[in-house]
Write a protein that binds this ligand. Structure first.
Ligand SMILES: [Zn+2]
Length: 452
């Protein structure tokens, strides 16, 4: 079955390669490789990853001060890192390390035409890092392939409900971006403050522009779905998919969005450092990792986590030679999924992204509560439109609630009772608010734990 429209076929096969070949032939080669490699046997994929890792480590040893020092002081050589357990011999790198001494992690010299990017700074100051042109081709190709699984293909009409860039752009950059989006047939709608008026505006845009798919922050899709449910609005032209990202997707949200917007939801997981890290295919059973470009580890206190056990994510970018990210701890928790996907792709799968390590809510005994507890419990209370749980002290919790109409005291008591069943002994307070606190990039943290 072809997921293409006439224009997206034209775009993918003629316009986009032409556009890319203005920069490099690499894009076409990577695209062709990725179409095949997603179905390669698991072992062939692993062999590819290890080959790319070996080349990256040699580059890091020769050109990056931090790794030159590490290999000389440890007596280890890149050639000694040959299997999975050897990875633990390499240092884990954190955002703080990269921020405190940027030059130590950049390649010297930089590959030609390397450029700087920055994270959104959702947890404070943005991280600025270098990207080489080849890595950029890789990350764009991974994103296109992953979105393609949802039928979200460049050249099909699409509406992006996304955050505005928080960085200033030059007028030339803005003009180029505008032209590119027009050619792509994409419309952007800021997800900043989706009030009733703005939602009405968004539904008008969807009805007039007739997009095939939407790409939204999870909370924005959820907000639009609630609006649709309340007002009876349905997209005039049926949607093929809603791709959600930037925030974790909880199952009750998926059900709500699919029902209200009448199409499947595909969860995506990405970040500014790597673009698409993992994405749901048409089988909707976990998220396939962008494994040709990224090597993922999930680790706990006792080493690598087996499938089913949540742990901290370590990410190695196999192709960014401007600033190698090797075993980079991005602060997110995730869980591996075992077994084969019905879609036939052999790319490893994540069962779930379990939020940020900083966002864990803990009981009096210090044990973390599963991240899915609050969304599942609170979906039983329709009067709770949006919420945010904040641990203000080891023994106290505040639940901020944006109510949908009246909020009776009996509901408050019932919610507190449910919380105390899983977090006995805690002081639980419910505070009604009009809006929830957002990060600089417009994300809503569902839970906010105590600072480390
Ligand atoms: Zn699959």
């Amino acid at each position: 079955m072809s997921k293409h429209t006439f224009y997206s076929f034209l775009w993918a096969n003629y316009l986009e390669p032409g556009y890319e070949s203005l920069k490099t032939q690499e894009a076409r080669r990577i695209k062709r490789q990725l179409e095949r490699s997603q179905y390669l046997p698991r072992q062939a994929l692993l062999d590819w990853q290890w080959g790319e890792l070996a080349a990256l480590l040699e580059h890091a040893q020769a050109r990056v001060p931090f790794y030159r020092r590490f290999f000389s002081q440890s007596g280890l050589s890149p050639q000694q890192v040959v299997e999975k357990r050897d990875l633990s011999l390499l240092p884990v790198v954190t955002r703080d390390m990269l921020m405190s001494n940027p030059a130590d992690f950049a390649s010297d010299p930089l590959p030609p035409k390397s450029f700087k990017k920055a994270t959104g700074g959702s947890t404070g100051e943005p991280l600025r890092f270098w990207v080489c042109p080849r890595s950029n081709q890789w990350r764009m190709a991974m994103t296109r392939r992953g979105y393609g699984w949802a039928g979200a293909i460049n050249g099909k009409r699409a509406v992006f409900v996304w955050s505005r860039d928080i960085y200033a752009k030059t007028p030339l950059h803005q003009a180029k971006e505008k032209l590119h989006r027009r050619l792509l047939r994409a419309r952007y709608f800021s997800n900043f403050e989706l009030s009733q008026d703005r939602l009405a505006e968004l539904t008008r845009l969807i009805d007039e522009f007739r997009p095939r798919y939407l790409v939204c922050y999870t909370t924005s899709a959820d907000t639009l779905a609630r609006y649709a449910q309340k007002t009876g609005w349905r997209p005039r032209s049926p949607l093929e998919a809603v791709v959600v990202g930037a925030e974790k997707l909880f199952e009750p949200q998926r059900e709500l969005i699919e029902k209200a917007l009448g199409c499947p939801v595909h969860e995506s997981y990405g970040s500014r450092e790597f673009m698409l890290i993992a994405m749901e295919c048409e089988s909707h059973q976990g998220l396939h990792v962008s494994a040709e470009n990224l090597m993922l580890e999930i680790t706990g206190p006792d080493g690598p986590c087996p499938p089913g056990q949540s742990g901290e994510l370590l990410i190695t970018d196999l192709h960014n030679y401007a600033q190698p990210f090797i075993r980079y701890r991005n602060g997110d928790l995730a869980t591996w999924l075992e077994g084969d996907c019905p879609c036939g792709r052999q790319l490893p799968r994540l069962a779930s992204i379990d939020g940020r390590a900083l966002d864990l809510i803990r009981g009096l005994d210090g044990r973390p509560l599963t991240g899915v507890f609050f969304p599942h419990m609170l979906k039983e209370f329709p009067v709770v439109k949006h919420f945010q749980v904040v641990q203000t002290a080891p023994d106290s919790l505040t639940i901020r609630v944006v109510p949908d109409g009246d909020f009776p005291p009996a509901t408050e008591a019932a919610i507190v009772e449910q919380v105390l069943k899983v977090l006995p002994g805690l002081q639980v307070r419910i505070v009604l608010v009009e809006e929830l606190e957002k990060t600089a990039t417009g994300k809503i943290r569902v839970t906010i734990g105590l600072p480390a």
